[in-house]
Design a protein. Structure first.
Length: 375
């Protein structure tokens, strides 16, 4: 085996320019694939970040709601009806909606208001201020990543939303919207004023159940008691939102398309390089065949070249991916790399390189061993 590896490495490293071209092709394709898939994972997480941080066993949503950001409305009185169902311990109203935030001395910008109640969807990762102060009628929480957009950068600063004065009571870190529209957390009643809807209108009801409650039975009871609503589990609403944003909008297909393109380009580059390298060493391979080397032995040499290229190329690509992940950690759409994704990428690299060696193997198998005696 050591002799096979030695022969493979000599063939691979003999022409340094060709070897560099091979590695560049592998690195380019793997980085492209990993970035596209990393964006997909990052996007997948961001589209459900609000759902993931909401303490609810069931979501009561308006019939036909496609995702969390869908601003459909329910009647707040549905909360009272939901509480009458055995097993329901809480039905917390939640309101969402788009509105305009007045940027001090610089016009206005659209924001996405999340109107919450005690025990509802409250902001997390507080870095400044006190979450308890968010109960103040005109208190709001903003994320520090949107300071430039909002024109505020500290607790205590004030501005207006739809001519209603607001004061920053809490600042978070890392609560970003994939649509780039800043999230603004506010008390429910105030949020209804900011969005411009009547105080009996809400977007969702967050239902909590008593321990040991039969979830399916409660869902059926809620559906019978309430009109024109759907009752979804946390997982169902999460999957629905992801499906809508990733595939209903075409975003997921675009990311997968970029990843597929990277894999195809990389495979072609590697195949061309290995084929060219093998062609330059036909005499050596003819000699091996003339002295009785088996086809399997020659196959192992060529595949070893491909595997060696895969390991080196993936190692360099991994370092570049790590740098990109660090650079995008605090960006609007961070690139996410998981251990499972890295294992999959290494497997993809090996498959690309080994499949690319097929053309080289075919070329070698066509060699007439007698050619070595004619030279």
């Amino acid at each position: 085996m050591s002799l096979i590896f030695k022969l493979a490495s000599r063939n691979l490293f003999q022409d340094k320019l060709r070897f560099i071209a091979t590695i560049i092709g592998i690195v380019f394709s793997i980085v492209l694939v990993s970035v596209q898939l990393g964006l997909f994972l990052g996007f997948q997480r961001m589209v459900t970040t609000m759902i993931d941080h909401t303490p609810a066993d069931l979501w009561i949503v308006s019939l036909g709601t496609k995702c969390f950001e869908d601003p459909s409305l329910l009647d707040k009185s549905d909360a009272t009806k939901a509480l009458a169902v055995p097993g329901v311990t809480a039905a917390v109203p939640l309101l969402i909606g788009f509105t305009e935030w007045s940027v001090p001395n610089n016009g206005s910008t659209p924001v996405f208001v999340v109107g919450t109640s005690p025990n509802g969807l409250y902001p997390w990762h507080i870095v400044q201020g006190d979450l308890n102060n968010l109960s103040d009628a005109r208190g709001v929480a903003v994320d520090q990543s949107y300071f430039g957009r909002l024109g505020v950068n500290a607790v205590g600063e004030t501005t207006t939303i739809r001519d209603h004065k607001v004061e920053v009571k809490a600042i978070t870190k890392g609560i970003r919207s994939f649509t780039t529209t800043p999230y603004i957390f506010a008390p429910l009643d105030s949020a209804q004023d900011y969005v411009g809807v009547p105080h009996n209108d809400i977007s969702y009801l967050l239902v909590r159940l008593a321990p040991g409650t039969n979830v399916a039975a409660v869902r059926r009871a809620l559906m019978k008691k309430l009109d024109k609503v759907e009752v979804l589990t946390q997982a169902e609403f999460r999957d629905r939102s992801r499906t809508f944003w990733l595939f209903g909008t075409g975003a997921g297909a675009a990311l997968f398309g970029g990843a597929l393109l990277g894999a195809i380009v990389g495979t072609i580059i590697i195949a061309q390089t290995l084929y060219s390298s093998t062609k330059d060493h036909l005499t050596e391979f003819a000699t091996l065949r003339a002295i009785g080397s088996s086809s399997l032995y020659i196959h192992k040499v060529i595949v070893s070249q491909a595997l060696l290229s895969a390991v080196i190329g993936f190692g360099i690509a991994g370092l570049i991916d790590y740098t990109i992940v660090r650079m995008t950690t605090d960006s609007a759409l961070p690139i996410v790399m998981t251990p499972l994704l890295m294992i999959g990428l290494f497997a993809l690299t090996v498959v690309m390189c080994v499949s690319s060696s097929a053309s080289a193997i075919v070329q070698v198998m066509r060699i007439d061993p007698a050619r070595v005696f004619r030279q």
